[in-house]
Design a protein around this ligand. Structure first.
Ligand SMILES: *[C@@H]1O[C@H](CO)[C@@H](O)[C@H](O)[C@H]1NC(C)=O
Ligand SMILES: *[C@@H]1O[C@H](CO)[C@@H](O)[C@H](O)[C@H]1NC(C)=O
Length: 390
């Protein structure tokens, strides 16, 4: 009895170690990494038809499903969402349009309301890992984004390659190409100028947002959007995997931190690094040098157990450091921050760095988790602030 128990325990322990080693081995393959980083196979809207946005709580014909062409893939499945105030103004006309997927969006009233109104504003939305345009808290998120200006604020959201109904396979370069294709559509087909566009993102989408802000700021002449909002961002993938725990409890690489050589060796297999800290710094530095006004807001819930909130102060530090000529250590920066930090009580805290050119805000919220935060008024306010000129 006694011995068989120990045999069993030893066998179980050996099995766990073998499984763990197998998992680490799998993690070095790009196929498995893509599934872990992007979770694109986890659709979460199974059995629901994305071509019927009413299923996701939208008004009849409030959303127009259509497709945007990207590089190297067929097309990206996209939703154009009308704000509710504007919808109310044109309700009768909208109800008379055909429903469902639209092969030519330029024929639709909603599209014309976006293109032809010189006051129209647009939030381009980059969603996080897993799911589709319709899943989880993304619906409440779209409503929160336009709630501050219900007559003007349109939302454009799409599935990256390999997600939902978009063809292809996700990679860092591929997702950046997709986001660029959607931004180009907004600029050149919908003809909305950059000063009327805000780019909102959450979780993995924040890494795409950082790549896009850097890419456009570095064009000649530079293209700088009205603002960028990053909710629950991460420093980069190597840092993320070091802190990532499945469901907030089972660490993947955490146990290996005690073996730095093995840990660094495994990290060297990471294919898509998504270095938000470097890209955000380069965006800020480029705009400061060009004298281009810019606004950047970072939001993170302290109770986010998917991506720990501690990623955000590191990104904020890199961003603010890029506005200065002399570098500052993270510890010194945290001390400087404490002097200007606004205590928002149960809502958390706020630090704002203003230069002659731009504004960088860090809001650490006490509550909001990883996803719920997207539908909260703090998101509405962040978008409103972008369009207020101080
Ligand atoms: C990604 O980061 C790891 C570890 O920081 C590094 O070893 C690797 O070369 C990087 N890969 C790319 C493609 O930049
Ligand atoms: C901070 O900025 C300096 C240049 O002013 C640069 O050399 C340094 O690498 C930056 N540090 C970080 C952490 O971004």
């Amino acid at each position: 009895m006694f011995w068989s128990f120990f045999n069993y325990a030893g066998l179980a322990g050996g099995t766990v170690v073998a499984l763990y080693a197998g998992l680490l081995g799998l993690l070095t393959t790009s196929w498995f990494q893509a599934h872990v980083v992007y979770l694109h196979a986890v659709q979460m809207t199974w059995g629901k038809d994305l071509d019927i946005p009413e299923v996701f709580g939208f008004l009849h014909n409030q959303v127009t499903p259509f497709r945007i062409k990207s590089v190297g893939v067929e097309s990206l499945y996209t939703w154009h969402i009308l704000p509710v105030g504007l919808y109310r103004q044109r309700e009768i006309d909208l109800l008379h349009e055909a429903s469902g997927f639209v092969p030519d969006i330029t024929s639709r009233l909603g599209f014309k309301l976006l293109r032809d109104d010189p006051e129209a504003r647009l939030v381009i939305h980059f969603h996080g890992a897993a799911g589709t345009v319709g899943s989880g808290y993304r619906g409440p998120n779209y409503r929160a984004l336009s709630a501050g200006q219900p007559d003007k604020m349109h939302v454009l959201t799409f599935d990256y390659r390999g997600f939902g109904r978009s063809s292809g396979w996700p990679t860092e370069q591929g997702l950046i190409a997709d986001a660029t294709a959607v931004v180009e559509w907004a600029l050149h087909v919908a003809k909305v100028p950059p000063e009327r566009i805000v780019i909102y993102s959450q979780s993995m989408g924040t890494a795409v947002n950082a790549a896009i802000m850097e890419h456009y700021a570095q064009q000649y002449p530079p293209i700088v959007f009205k603002g960028h909002i990053l909710t629950a961002p991460f420093v980069d993938v190597p840092t993320l995997v070091s802190t990532y725990s499945v469901a907030g409890t089972v660490p993947i690489l955490g146990p290996l931190k005690r073996f730095p050589i093995l840990f660094d060796y495994l990290k060297s297999f990471i294919k898509d690094n998504w270095s938000t800290k470097n890209r955000v710094a380069s965006y800020v530095r480029t705009n400061e040098q060009n004298g281009q006004p810019y606004k950047l807001t970072l939001l993170h819930g302290e109770d986010d157990y998917d991506i720990p909130w501690t990623h955000t102060p590191v990104i904020f530090w890199h961003a603010v450091n890029a506005t200065r000529s002399e570098k500052v250590s993270f510890e010194d920066f945290e001390k400087i921050k404490d002097e200007s930090k606004v205590d928002l009580g149960y809502a958390g805290s706020l630090v704002e760095c203003k230069t002659k050119t731009g504004v960088i805000r860090e809001e650490i919220l006490k509550y909001g988790l990883h996803d719920v935060i997207m539908g909260n008024p703090v998101v509405t306010l962040a978008v409103m602030r972008m369009f207020e000129d101080e």
